[in-house]
Structure formats: structure tokens, C-alpha cells
Design a protein around this ligand. Sequence first.
Ligand code: SF4
Length: 95
Amino acid sequence: MRNGQSNGQSWNWRRQAKCLGSDPELFFPAGVTGAPLEQAQAAKRVCQSCPVRSPCLDFALETNQDTGVWGGTTEDERRVMRRNWVRAGRPSRPR
Ligand code: SF4
């Protein structure tokens, strides 16, 4: 993972990511049913005890990460979060 900043945003939280060293396929399953669904569930279990889950999810929402598990959410779950955020008139952050 990269460190530093992008668009003024600190990426230092990534140093504490529990998924560091994990198989990337676990966090970026190719599909949403069967084995890929099981991979996503396994990735989400890793996220449950990750100390940087909140900044990870913020990053994914703020940068429109449209694939993979970030902050304990799948792309479909983040899509719903973003939709609700837009419907709510775009308060400070998409939650
Ligand atoms: S919340 Fe999940 S995807 Fe994000 S850094 Fe932690 S383990 Fe990785």
C-alpha cells in the first residue's frame, strides 16, 4: 500500500491496515455470488477487527472506490450509502 498524501488527504492510516499482506483477491473478489461472495464475507470479517476501519471507509466513499471491500463494506453497500447521502442533501460525508 502507498503512504503519503493524495489530494491533500493523509494515507497514513494504511500503515495500520489489518489487510496488509492479505491476498488481494480476498478483498477484490470477481463477482457477487458463490465463491466471490464467500471471499467478500471473509474480507469483511478481517475488517471487523481492523483499527482503521473508519478512515478506510471514509477514503472509499470520498474517492468513489467502486470495487472491492473497503472499511467492511462491499461496493454494493457503499453504492447504497452514497445514494442515501445524495438523497439526504449531501451532508458533510456520505454515511
Ligand atoms: S477496514 Fe478492511 S479493507 Fe480497510 S484497511 Fe482495514 S482490513 Fe483493510
